[in-house]
Design a binder for this molecule. Structure first.
Ligand code: PHE
Length: 445
C-alpha cells in the first residue's frame, strides 16, 4: 500500500503552519509577554526563533523527508539501526502527553465558545469566578475534553490528504481572518495606545536568564519542535519542495500569528484597565471581562473562542499523527485501530489533568497540580531535550553530504546551497551550545 502524503504545496504549508499556530500563539504567547515585560521579551523571542529554532525546524524537516517514515523508523534507518531509534520513540511518546493536557485546554475553549454563544460574559456578575468554577468542577471540563479529543481523532482517522490537509486548508485562512479582524477592532478601542506601547516599547531591564529560558521554551512549543511532529509531517512532503522555503514560511506565519494575537489582546486589556500580567488566566479570566464591557463584545467573544478552538485543533491533529504513523507503519495497526487506542490513552491522561484542578487537586508535585506538572515537564524539559537530541543527530550523526543533498534537493537549489555553510554551523555548534546554556542558566537563575 502506498504511503499517504500531502496533495499540494499549499496543503503541506497550511498543515505545518496549522501545527505551529495553536494555543501557544493565542493563549501562551500573550501571557508570557505579559509576565516577562512586553517588547523586550518579544525581541529575544524573535532572535531565538530564527537563530536557534529555525535550524532545528530544518533539521526535523531533513530527518522526516529524507526517511519518508514515522519518527521511530526515521531515526532507526538514518542512523543504520543504532540506539538513536530510542530518541525516535521518545519523540513519539512526548506529544501524546502534551496532547492529553492540550485537549483539556481545547475543551475549555469549547466550553467558552458555548458560553459566548449564550452571552454569558455580559452582566459582570459571575464572570470573575467563571474560570475557577469551570476548571474545579468535575463533569463539564471532562465532557469538553472528550469532545475535543474526539474531533481531533476523527480528523486524523480520515488520513493525511483527506483529513489533516483538507481541515487545515479550510481552517487556517478562517483563523487568519478572524484574528486579524479582532486585532483591527481592538486597535480602534479608546485607550488601545497603552497596549501597543506595552507590546512595542522594549524595557531590557526585564530580560534575565529566566526570561530567555521562557522565550526559548515558548519558541520550541510554538514551532512544535522536539516532538516528532514536524518530522512526521515532513515525511509526507513531496521531494520536490524547498525545505528552506517551507520552514521559513512556517516560522514566519507562526510569529505573525503570535504578534497579531498580542495586538488583538493587549490593547483591549489596557483599554479596559485590566492587568496584562494575569498569567495563564489571561485568555480565560481577563478577556471575558473585556468582552463583557466592549461594544459588540459577545460577537467578538464568539469569534475569539472559535479561533482558539480552531487553532488548537490544527495543532492537536499533528500531535496525534506522530503516534498514529508509528503504530500503523511499525506495529501494523489499521489507522482506525491506532486512533482508538491512542484516543483511550490520551483521554485517560487528559482526564487526570482535568480533574487535577478539582477532585484531584490534593495531589501535588513540586508545588503544583498534575496539569502544571505535565505542562512544565513536557514544554520546558522534554521539548528542550528532544530538540537538543534532534540537532545533535543531524549535525553529528548524519553525513554532511546527505543533509546537503536533502536540503538542496540534490544540489539543484542554488540559494539553499549557498546558505548551507551557515546552516551547518548553526546546527552543529550554535544550536546545541545555546540550548544547553539557556536551559542551564534558566534553571539556576
Ligand atoms: N505549536 C503548537 C502551539 O503553538 C503546540 C504544539 C506543540 C503542536 C508540539 C505540536 C507539537 O500551540
Amino acid at each position: 500500500m502506498s504511503r499517504d502524503s500531502f496533495g499540494s504545496r499549499f496543503g503541506a504549508l497550511v498543515a505545518m503552519a496549522g501545527s505551529a499556530v495553536g494555543l501557544g500563539n493565542l493563549w501562551r504567547f500573550p501571557y508570557l509577554v505579559g509576565e516577562n515585560g512586553g517588547a523586550a521579551f518579544i525581541i529575544v523571542y524573535i532572535i531565538l526563533s530564527f537563530l536557534i529554532c529555525l535550524p532545528i525546524f530544518i533539521s526535523e524537516f531533513v530527518i522526516g523527508r529524507r526517511s519518508q517514515k514515522n519518527a521511530y523508523a526515521a531515526f532507526r534507518d538514518l542512523s543504520g539501526g543504532s540506539g538513536w531509534r530510542w530518541v525516535g520513540l521518545f519523540t513519539i511518546i512526548v506529544p501524546l502527553v502534551v496532547l492529553s493536557y492540550y485537549s483539556v485546554i481545547g475543551g475549555w475553549s469549547i466550553d467558552y465558545l458555548l458560553k459566548s454563544c449564550t452571552f454569558s460574559f455580559t452582566g459582570a456578575s459571575g464572570v470573575n469566578t467563571m474560570f475557577t468554577d469551570l476548571v474545579t468542577s468535575t463533569w463539564a471540563p471532562l465532557l469538553a475534553h472528550t469532545g475535543f479529543l474526539l474531533v481531533t481523532t476523527l480528523i486524523v482517522v480520515v488520513g493525511i490528504k483527506d483529513g489533516i490537509e483538507k481541515f487545515s486548508k479550510v481552517m487556517m485562512p478562517l483563523l487568519f481572518f478572524i484574528v486579524i479582524g479582532i486585532a483591527i477592532y481592538s486597535l480602534t478601542l479608546e485607550g488601545a495606545q497603552k497596549g501597543i506601547e506595552y507590546l512595542f516599547n522594549p524595557d531590557f531591564s526585564k530580560i534575565n536568564a529566566k526570561a530567555c529560558a521562557a522565550a526559548l521554551g515558548q519558541a520550541f512549543f510554538s514551532l512544535s519542535l522536539g516532538f516528532g511532529t514536524i518530522m512526521t509531517y515532513a515525511s509526507y512532503v513531496d521531494k520536490k519542495e524547498n525545505i528552506m522555503f517551507q520552514s521559513t514560511a512556517t516560522a514566519v506565519s507562526d510569529l505573525m500569528f503570535a504578534m497579531i494575537a498580542g495586538v488583538a489582546i493587549m490593547p483591549a486589556v489596557f483599554a479596559f484597565g485590566l492587568n496584562p500580567q494575569s498569567g495563564p488566566g489571561l485568555v480565560f479570566e481577563t478577556l471575558p471581562l473585556v468582552f463583557g464591557q466592549m461594544p459588540a463584545g459577545s460577537l467578538v467573544a464568539i469569534l475569539f473562542f472559535l479561533a482558539l478552538l480552531v487553532a488548537a485543533l490544527t495543532s492537536s491533529i499533528s500531535m496525534l499523527e506522530v503516534a498514529v504513523a508509528y503504530l500503523v507503519e511499525e506495529k501494523k495497526f489499521s489507522r482506525i485501530a491506532a486512533c482508538i487506542v491512542l484516543f483511550i490513552i490520551c483521554w485517560v491522561i487528559g482526564a487526570v489533568c482535568s480533574l487535577s484542578f478539582g477532585p484531584l487537586s490534593h495531589i501535588e508535585i513540586d508545588g503544583g497540580n498534575l496539569f502544571d506538572f505535565f505542562d512544565n515537564l513536557s514544554s520546558n524539559i522534554l521539548m528542550t531535550l528532544g530538540s537538543l537530541l534532534t540537532v545533535l543527530f543531524v549535525g553529528w550523526r548524519l553525513k554532511k553530504t546527505d543533509v546537503y543533498d536533502e536540503f538542496t534537493n540534490g544540489g539543484t537549489l542554488s540559494r539553499n546551497a549557498k546558505l548551507f555553510g551557515v546552516l551547518w554551523f548553526l546546527i552543529r555548534f550554535v544550536c546545541p551550545l545555546a540550548i544547553i546554556a539557556i536551559f542551564v542558566s534558566g534553571l539556576i537563575g
